[in-house]
Design a protein around this ligand. Structure first.
Ligand code: NIG
Ligand code: FE
Length: 408
């Protein structure tokens, strides 16, 4: 049993309530027993039974639930700095992809890499994420695009889940792009996905969700429906990369199929925003991708006013979002998505947990929840998200244990 005392502000961030309801408690204490929280509330209300527990001092800093990066493409071979330079010189993301670059070039390098190489590279990223206060990471395949390489990526996630402390939630994204060798026979690739890959992924429990990139040059709405209905029949939860570069109707499909989340959504129609709000499908905003691609940011006020839950994630990948700095994504969400710091905190904790169907155990600091939290060197979250610095996180606790201690 351990108690963290002297917390200036404790953000309990319950799953219910409005986007901005974070249930902040001043002069607070937090207690946990093994992996679970047993008390989260005012210091003065700490049960006497906890008086003999081991005591830690937060030093008047604030405490938030461990951050949840609910959308990443964590495992990939190589990088694409050359394309960054080409885009700055005027080429578009879609032009580069049509010329065989973009996702295709990462596919070639991911296929060529061994599982051990991919795991070592992704492991370094996870260690850095832990230092930023992140405790759970959703991670997609989608850079293999053939049977062996898609499975290899998902096996890397399984291995990482077993070998390092952060929780990895794996998502199958075999429908990221039709790979070049199938360009003239797309239905064969759809058959591979629906008849071979999805069944193997589901049977071996290699992913919890299936995602599809619905976009010009990727998959059509009809193809997305076929893939997602197959995945659903195999027991996988659903996600969609929807309406990122054009209005393609992906958000409406996510609502109709009962997807847990849809992502990007910058071009979603008003009717689809309403449909997602009514269906309870989480809207995952990815401000780093908007920044890097110079695309519009999610009009978050419209989503929140419609009653939708908005999450914020990094979209970490080598093309559209080559950064895993969730704090930066959160600050951008404040500035460019016009969200308050409280709304953004909920977006990267409880609502992000909901986007990976973990909101009953992760993303909130309430008794019974996982003891996943971060100690932030700021008196409150307004200060934290306004004063952007290399790292304001002082310590990260995952399942009751310190995975990063920067001088608590
Ligand atoms: O989420 N939109 C599609 N997929 C990624 C980009 C992947 C890449 O460029 O390698 C995204 O932005
Ligand atoms: Fe993505």
């Amino acid at each position: 049993m351990k108690v963290l005392n002297h917390i200036s502000t404790l953000y309990r961030v319950p799953p219910g309530g409005d986007q901005g309801f974070v249930d902040a408690i001043s002069d607070a204490a937090l207690a946990w027993d093994g992996e679970q929280i047993v008390y989260a509330g005012p210091q003065a209300g700490l049960p006497p039974a906890l008086a003999s527990a081991e005591r830690l001092d937060a030093g008047g800093r604030c405490v938030i639930p461990g951050l949840i990066d609910c959308h990443t493409h964590l495992c990939f071979g190589g990088w694409r700095g050359d394309e960054f330079a080409a885009r700055l010189a005027g080429a578009s993301y879609q032009d580069i992809q049509a010329a065989g670059g973009g996702i295709n070039s990462t596919v070639a390098r991911t296929r060529a890499a061994s599982a051990a190489e991919l795991a070592a590279k992704a492991g370094l990223v996870l260690a850095d994420m832990a230092r930023l206060g992140v405790t759970t990471v959703e991670a997609k395949s989608g850079y293999g695009l053939d049977q062996a390489s898609e499975i290899k990526q998902l096996e890397v996630y399984r291995r990482l889940n077993d070998s390092q402390p952060l929780d990895i939630v794996p998502t199958f994204l075999g429908a990221h792009l039709v790979p070049v060798e199938y360009r003239d026979r797309r239905t064969d690739y759809l058959d591979l996905l629906c008849q071979s890959l999805i069944p193997e992924v589901a049977a071996r429990d290699l992913a919890r969700f299936c995602d599809v990139f619905i976009e010009d040059n990727a998959f059509t709405l009809a193809e997305g429906r076929q893939i997602l209905e197959t995945a659903k029949a195999h027991g996988l939860g659903l996600k969609i990369h929807a309406d990122q570069l054009s209005a393609g109707g992906g958000a409406g499909l996510a609502a109709e199929l009962g997807a847990v989340s849809a992502e990007h959504l910058e071009y979603a129609s008003a009717a689809d925003i309403q449909a997602m709000a009514e269906a309870g499908t989480v809207a995952v905003s990815l401000p780093l991708a908007s920044m890097y691609l110079r695309e519009p940011f999610l009009p978050a006020r419209q989503w929140i006013e419609a009653g939708a839950r908005v999450a914020v994630a990094t979209d970490f990948n080598p093309g559209s979002a080559p950064s895993y700095h969730l704090h930066l994504a959160m600050t951008l969400a404040c500035i460019h998505q016009q969200m308050t710091p409280a709304e953004v905190l909920k977006a990267a904790t409880s609502h992000a947990a909901r986007a990976v169907a973990l909101h009953e155990s992760h993303g909130s600091l309430l008794p019974g929840y996982r003891a996943d939290f971060a100690i932030i060197d700021a008196p409150d979250i307004n200060h934290w998200l306004y004063h952007f610095r290399p790292n304001a996180c002082i310590a990260t606790i995952k399942a009751g244990r310190a995975v990063f201690d920067g001088g608590l």
